[in-house]
Design a protein around this ligand. Sequence first.
Ligand code: G4P
Length: 526
Amino acid sequence: MNSLQTEIARRRTFAIISHPDAGKTTLTEKLLLYGGALQLAGSVKAKGNQRRATSDWMELEKQRGISVTSTVLQFEYSGLMLNLLDTPGHNDFSADTYRTLTAADSAVMLIDNAKGVEAQTKKLFKVCRQRGIPIFTFVNKMDHEGIGPLDLLSEVEETLGIRSVPMNWPIGQGADFQGIYDRQTHAVHLYERTARGATTAGHKEYQLEDPEVKKTVGDRLYQQLLDEIELLNVAGEEIDLNQILAGQLTPVFFGSALTNFGVQQFLDQFIKIAPAPTERLSQDAAISPDNAFSGFVFKIQANMDPAHRDRIAFLRIVSGEFEKDMEVIHSRTGKTLKLNRPQKLFARDRETVETAFAGDIIGLTNPGAFRLGDTLSLDGVLKYEEVPAFKPEAFASIQSEDVARYKHFEKGVNQLSEEGLVDLFWDHRAQTRTPILGVIGKLQFDVVQFRLLSEYGVKTTIYPVPYTEIAWVTGPEKDIMNIFFGSENKLVKDNSGNYAILSISERQLDFIKLRNESLQFSESPP
Ligand code: G4P
């Protein structure tokens, strides 16, 4: 193995997905603590006037207590370099989450023991499934009463349609939760509850047969454990690595992030099984991670740090080694770019990257140069098509309340549309001052207004529009102009100048499609 291959082999790039409140922030914090990336428990999420989540930095997130954007955390653990992608849990940010998952090689699905598989877990799981990445399940909050581990596994299998294999088994649950049994090493890990915020739980390891185990957990739980282990051995799935890596079987771990039960055991097994970066498909070939440098932009974020006021493009390196000041070719424009200010991103804190490898994520600050999905490579020919465009599902028009700040308004809406937060549509004849916004979830309207105010100093008003459907249209210009729109449809231009039709119903759109056979219609921009 050469040094590039060694670096690639030690990388694990993964995302944690969960329904809000399942404990994602808490688990993230514990993983960072084990990796030595955080010194103080509670610094990711602390109450009151203490600093809130390191990965949870936006003002709006603070106000609403939700995670709106995704960040990347990189830390070393046990000789490996872990890249953890934080994904927003809220329903209305699924496009952003989807894009983030294109950068991950595996996912950890967090389930609340007391609540089971929740709505957002299902949605996010579906996205991971589509991508075919391995999915690890961590059943959190075992210190809360749930339906029981066997029934929970059935629920996972039935609601999500994936087979599961427990890697460890809980000893008791709720107030009785005492520890976990490791099905591979046959070791029993018993914990003592520690003060909140402690780095590690008081923890002892025994062999299953050790009389101390029975003495500590009591006869009833000990017998139950033996019975359940036997049941799993006889009737459960085999631990099949190939199926896990193909995303067909999910390894399940039980624990409690808050009390540190089972977290380190999870991390130790996770890093052994989770895949290092592997090849990815470009437009015409599979690209191995040890090829020459290439990568794609999966996320753009404006004003990440109010002190910097710049736009950051997050690049997932697919292959090769990246070096500061490197010259690369931007596939979409054919231009050569010098990447002279690459950033390593640890939420708010930034550091310049000198080198990075396949699997890593770097932040690029070249203003305005990037769009979502752009590929960078040495030869300029490669193109990754990992980042899809999404069809907006809700529309509204937006206006700046202060005419004198229109320039700021325009800059703001354009930058937010580059991020993929909203789509912008303008009257097809001229850019009026009130664009129509297209979003996937209505909460995004609030996010847009909030960000325009806090980052661009522009107060705005949102007005309803009657449209609920969209189709992009291409073909001879005169035929487009000849379409009969009536009062229920409207011709607009998107931010790249493509024509699209907004309509009040699918029926109306179908009608237009039928009557205009010379034109082509599509659900995403041409
Ligand atoms: P999220 O990022 O997925 O939204 O969840 P987060 O980590 O913020 O956790 C949600 C709540 O669940 C928090 O409580 C957190 O302390 C708690 N929690 C996380 N893991 C466990 C666990 O293993 N056991 C128990 N019992 N609780 C857990 P909170 O009251 O909302 O906030 P806080 O007062 O703890 O900050």
